[in-house]
Design a protein around this ligand. Structure first.
Ligand SMILES: Cc1cc2nc3c(=O)[nH]c(=O)nc-3n(C[C@H](O)[C@H](O)[C@H](O)COP(=O)(O)OP(=O)(O)OC[C@H]3O[C@@H](n4cnc5c(N)ncnc54)[C@H](O)[C@@H]3O)c2cc1C
Ligand code: SF4
Length: 1002
């Protein structure tokens, strides 16, 4: 603090003091008082100088005041700065407080986080405990499936045993069952590939079949005499001696079974013989022998040991064949037939077929409880052979002792047989306004109700042929030459192409749908060959040749418009790129998509300079409406068309008259369609003209149907038979080569062939998918006379069609149908594993040449066997000709080159085949000739219009009326279809102006 006694300080010092004194405000005020006192002492002491002094002092005072004012101002500024600083300080304090509060809150959060971490740590440790405990549980659970598996397998065994105990065997006795169970298990053992025949319930399949139609021979021709195949002769039957005995054949052929007993008896004798042989040769009943010995016993049987005389007069190889076949059928066929339990058999294939089936089924199958199997009644002629549907469509008719004769009013035309070609004629006549009666021995199948629910039944359809001609009604007999006794075809077998049609649509209900026109060379086969190579060439190439031209003035050109009309109606697929056959327009539908194999073949043949084209089919590749206004569904590509052409189509995509022509005829109101009508006679008047047709109805009543015209479309041999039974025309005499009815029968191909084989790395799923004949490529460069035959020894050529869908048909019957000693047991079973998932294919090109007509092949009435009603059956006398084999030997190397071009590996050319080294062992659905159209009544039955040479109001059409055919279409329905339309035209001309139609030309 300042002191008033202190000596005044220099201004300079005061200024400094004023400027810098501590406690600035107080100090400045005290200093101000001291300065005034100092000035007063100076003024009192010196007046002279006082005024100047005063002035000086005043000035100083003023200065001082000014300085004071400055100081005050500075002070004020300082205060204001202080105040601002204070205020800043207060702000800072407030911020500090806030910061402190935040810090406090953060501290609180940290604390609570620390406590959360502590809690989480606790949870983690309790979760770790839970994981440890779960791991323990998992280990326990992992152990459970194997326990469960072993429980399942023991339950399965128990179930099998229980089923065996509970499922009363209806046919087999206890020892038969024991013997057969051991036998089937020996053929298909339980092993690493899965369950065997026992688990699959094959025994129950056998038992059920033996109790049903199979055992009772319900769909077999069982008339005596019984003459075994393979007899060398001479033999005498019914007083007639046959120097050459009989054809040889196994049970796989329809004529192979010639035992005078039904299958129930056959099996009973077979099992008895098996037990007896096991005991005598191996020291115990079959079921008691060690597994290896059981296999040996079966091997003996397969090899024909012991002699039939010590095997209850059954050929042991026959019994083995049936045993093996039925075992595999029981393993693979639909479970509704009693076997294939758990689909174990089918799972062997590696495809989830149960799923597949579930998808396909539109209705549940019948199960064992309600009879499952759709059966024919054993009583000959009993109605009701087919499932579902109305009574109108069913039945084969029971013959009554006292039948009634019913005569109907006359109509314009009777179409006899409403199959493929009958439908073609019917629709033309009905839509032209003529009154038509259509007769057929079978039902009117409805694809939606008859086929869709039950089509996927290999056993019922493909083997037992429930939609085909019943053999109890009639069959055919066959032999290779006139010195043999002809054997009747007694049973249907898979792939046996004779399975005739039955009902509307005929055989085209289950055919393959392979199509193709005949080229001009076929229509002019005789004249073309003779003019190009000479008659000597034809005679040398085809010994006993019976080759004729068609009676069409301009050959193919005359037929072309009829082809177009027919193709439109049937909805043929394909292209018109065939360089050997002019086609003005394309087929109405495009081909089905080509398969990878077909594409490879196409590329290879094109590169080699050939002309590959898609093979035509009659399987609709797209929705379509034909010129009859009929809506056609497209193919579903379920693949069931294939496998021996056994299956009908559940959507009507496979063309036949029931879904292409006859509905349009019905719609006109001019068609009276009578099903279940079995035609047996044509009656004629004194002028040889037909007056009426007689037929049996389903109840055995006889109907008489008069008409102005009669069109015989009963198919193949039936056409010949009806006329032979009715005495119309002259029967063929092979010794004198005179007469025409039955003369010159032929097939598309036949005889031993040489092949080229190779493996292509093209895989796929070969379980049913695709369609029967679609997706393939063919070349016709090596067919007909499309290349120079000079120096060769055959006429015609081959068509090689390659690449139909791999999954064309289920194929399980082929597995079952491979009985041999080598196929007993696990090895064969293993070879069937995952069979349908192939990664490569072996292609075999066997260019079978065509089969021309010869005078030694013919058909006539059989003197030993009759149909159900006592009328003689038709008899085929036919054997292969050298032409086909000669062609094959010549062409096989060409196909070897194609295989190489395709990049195939392991390509091999087979050895040359010997002509006529193998004999005909079946007959074809494609028999042509036999009742030919032609230019002369001396060599043909009908003229160009299909009109009988003498009975002018009788017409016929069918493949068998065509003089020749080649092998460009295996089928022949396509050219026969065009010719049916020519016949329809002829009938219309006759109805307009009755009489011979020779004045007009086609
Ligand atoms: C297994 C098999 C596969 C085939 N594959 C092909 C193929 O891929 N391509 C091809 O072009 N062709 C094929 N065909 C041939 C084709 O089916 C025939 O060419 C065609 O059916 C012939 O027609 P259709 O009218 O002459 O005889 P069908 O169509 O058989 O018709 C004859 C009709 O007459 C009836 N009938 C017979 N006898 C009597 C009687 N006494 N009383 C009353 N009615 C009777 C029948 O019930 C039948 O409905 C195949 C045939 C079969 C059997
Ligand atoms: S493959 Fe096509 S045409 Fe053949 S049966 Fe199946 S749906 Fe019908």
């Amino acid at each position: 603090m300042a002191d008033s006694s202190q000596k005044p300080v220099e201004t300079k010092d005061r200024r400094t003091f004023l400027k810098v004194g501590g406690g600035v405000v107080v100090g400045a005020a005290v200093a101000g008082v001291a300065t005034i006192a100092y000035y007063n002492g100076v003024v009192g002491n010196n007046n002279s100088t006082s005024s100047s002094t005063v002035e000086s002092l005043s000035s100083q005072l003023a200065n001082t005041q000014s300085q004071l004012s400055d100081t005050q101002s500075s002070l004020s500024n300082a205060q204001s700065s202080l105040s601002a600083a204070n205020s800043q300080n207060a702000g800072l304090n407030s911020q500090l407080s806030q910061t402190q509060a935040s810090l406090t809150s953060a501290n609180g959060q940290v604390s609570s986080l620390q406590s959360a971490v502590t809690t989480a740590n606790g949870q983690i440790s309790s979760l770790q405990g839970a994981v440890t405990s779960a791991n323990g549980q998992i280990t326990t659970l992992q152990g459970q499936p194997s326990t469960a598996n072993s429980q399942v397998s023991s339950l399965t065994n128990e179930t099998t045993n229980l089923m065996m105990a509970a499922d009363a065997l209806t046919t087999l006795g206890a020892q038969e069952a024991a013997c057969l169970e051991a036998a089937v298990q020996s053929i298909i053992p339980s092993d690493s590939t899965g369950p065997g025949a026992k688990e699959a319930g094959v025994l129950f399949f056998l038992d059920r079949q033996l109790a049903g139609e199979y055992g009772k021979a319900g769909n077999m021709f069982m008339q005596a005499p019984y003459v075994l195949p393979g007899l060398t002769g001479p033999i005498t039957v019914d007083g007639v001696t046959y120097s050459a005995g009989t054809m040889s054949g196994t049970l796989s052929a329809g004529y192979g079974y010639q035992h005078g007993m039904n299958f129930r008896t056959f099996w009973r004798y077979g099992v008895l013989a098996l037990e007896s042989y096991s005991t005598s040769a191996y020291g115990g009943a079959f079921e008691t022998l060690p597994a290896a010995t059981q296999t040996q016993v079966l091997t003996d049987l397969a090899n024909g040991k012991p002699a039939a005389s010590s095997f209850t007069d059954i050929n042991p190889a026959d019994f083995f064949w049936e045993l093996f076949f039925m075992t595999w059928c029981g393993f693979l066929m639909d479970p509704m037939h009693g076997g294939n339990r758990g689909d174990g058999g089918l799972d062997l294939h590696g495809l989830q077929r149960r799923e597949y089936r579930r998808l396909l089924r539109r209705r549940p199958y019948h199960d064992a409880a309600d009879g499952g199997e759709y059966t024919y009644n054993t009583e000959a002629g009993e109605p009701g052979p087919v499932p579902g549907g109305s009574g109108l469509h069913r039945g084969r008719g029971r013959r009554l002792e006292m039948s009634t004769v019913i005569t109907h009013p006359a109509v314009d035309a009777v179409v006899m047989g409403e199959g493929a070609l009958g439908g073609d004629v019917t629709v033309k006549l009905a839509t032209a306004g003529y009154k038509v009666v259509g007769l057929d021995k079978g039902p009117y199948w409805e694809y939606a109700t008859d086929f869709a629910p039950i089509k996927y039944d290999e056993w019922g359809i493909s083997w037992n042929r429930k939609f085909d001609h019943p053999l109890t009604l009639s069959t055919f007999t066959m032999r290779n030459n006139p010195n043999q006794f002809a054997l009747p075809v007694r049973r249907n077998t898979s792939g046996q192409a004779h399975s005739g049609g039955h009902g509307i649509g005929g055989a085209t209900q289950h055919y393959g749908g392979d199509m193709g026109r005949y080229a001009n060379w076929v229509y002019t086969m005789y004249s073309s060959t003779v003019s190009r190579y000479g008659l000597a060439y034809l005679n040398a190439a085809v010994p006993n040749q019976d080759v004729f031209d068609y009676p069409y003035t301009n050959g193919y050109t005359d037929v072309a418009p009829y082809y177009v009309d027919w193709e439109q109606a049937w909805g043929i697929t394909g292209t018109n790129e065939n360089p050997f056959m002019p086609m003005a327009a394309n087929f109405p539908m495009p081909p089905a998509p080509l398969t990878p194999t077909a594409l490879a073949y196409q590329a290879a043949t094109e590169a080699l300079g050939y002309n590959p084209i898609p093979a035509p089919t009659s399987l609709a590749s797209q929705p379509y409406v034909n010129q009859n206004g009929i809506q056609v569904n497209e193919c579903l590509y379920d693949g069931w068309c294939g496998e021996g052409c056994n299956y009908p189509c559940e959507v009507g995509a496979k063309a036949n008259s029931a879904y292409r022509t006859i509905p349009a005829a019905i719609a006109t109101g001019n068609l009276d369609l009578r099903v279940n009508s079995y035609i047996f006679r044509l009656d004629t008047n004194l002028n040889g003209q037909v007056t009426d047709v007689r037929y049996y109805d389903a109840m055995g009543n006889i109907h008489v149907q008069p008409a102005t015209t009669f069109i015989n479309t009963l198919w193949g041999y039936n056409i010949i038979r009806l006329q032979a039974l009715s005495g119309i025309g002259t029967n063929y005499n092979p010794t004198t080569v005179t007469g025409t009815l039955g003369r010159g029968t032929a097939q598309p191909t036949g005889g031993a062939s040489r092949s080229a084989t190779g493996t292509v790395a093209i895989g796929g799923n070969s379980y049913p998918a695709g369609n029967g004949k679609g997706g393939a490529i063919q070349i016709l460069d090596l067919a007909d006379d499309n290349y120079d035959h000079t120096g060769k020894n055959y006429i015609g050529g081959s068509r090689m069609m390659v690449g139909i869908y791999m999954g064309s048909g289920p194929g399980n019957l082929a597995i079952a149908g491979s009985p041999s000693a080598a196929n007993i047991g696990s090895k064969y079973k293993a070879s069937q594993q995952n069979k349908y998932q192939v990664t490569k294919q072996t292609l075999s090109f066997a260019p079978s040449g065509m089969w021309p007509a010869v005078t030694t092949n013919y058909a006539d009435l059989d003197p030993h066997y009759t149909d159900l009603y006592g009328d003689p059956l038709i008899r085929q006398t036919m054997d292969v000709v050298p032409n086909g084999t000669n062609c094959s030997n010549d062409q096989a190397a060409t196909y070897e080159a194609i295989l190489n071009k395709m990049g195939a590996t392991s390509v091999a050319l087979g050895a040359a085949a010997t002509p006529q080294s193998a004999h005909l062992a079946t007959w074809s659905a494609h028999t042509r000739g036999g009742a030919r159209i032609g230019n002369s009544p001396a060599t043909s039955v009908y003229n160009a219009w299909g009109q009988h040479w003498n009975a002018f109001n009788l017409f016929a059409t069918g493949e068998i009326t065509l003089p020749n055919g080649d092998n460009v279409t295996t089928g022949g329905t396509h050219p026969a279809g065009a010719s049916a339309l020519i016949v329809a035209e002829g009938v219309k001309q006759y109805l307009a102006s009755p009489g011979s139609l020779l004045t007009t030309s086609v």
